[in-house]
Design a protein around this ligand. Sequence first.
Ligand SMILES: [Zn+2]
Length: 145
Amino acid sequence: MIQQIYPQVIHPFRYELNKDMQIAAAHFIPHEAAGQCANLHGHTYFINITVAGDELDDSGFLINFQQLKKLIHNRFDHTLMNDHTDVFSNTQAEHFPTTEVVARKIAEIVQQHLDTLPNKPTCVQVFVRESPTSYVVYRPKAGKQ
Ligand SMILES: [Zn+2]
């Protein structure tokens, strides 16, 4: 069960789709300033992905909900984020698997897929809740991730 209120993103598109998913994953932040977060530990991430666009595809979809789940949930659920060295880094801070970076990477992975679709939707927001009291919102800027 995933029920919560999400921050709204302002965009110029006609359609907006939101996909919720829940991912159980472990991570650690390889930096001394991370304190206890430098130790390996797990979270149940609550993720909301917002995709918007003006055009639908041949099936009447902006994007198939299942496709979003495949892209993100199937890739990261029950894994150690730090092991995904094609996505995250244990030496470069801008690629550490912090909640901020996890949100940005999800947006990048989703947008890469959206770019292959004929109706060209846009990922306008990724919300990642790491705990009951902490969450991050990532909004790609126009023209860059
Ligand atoms: Zn953590």
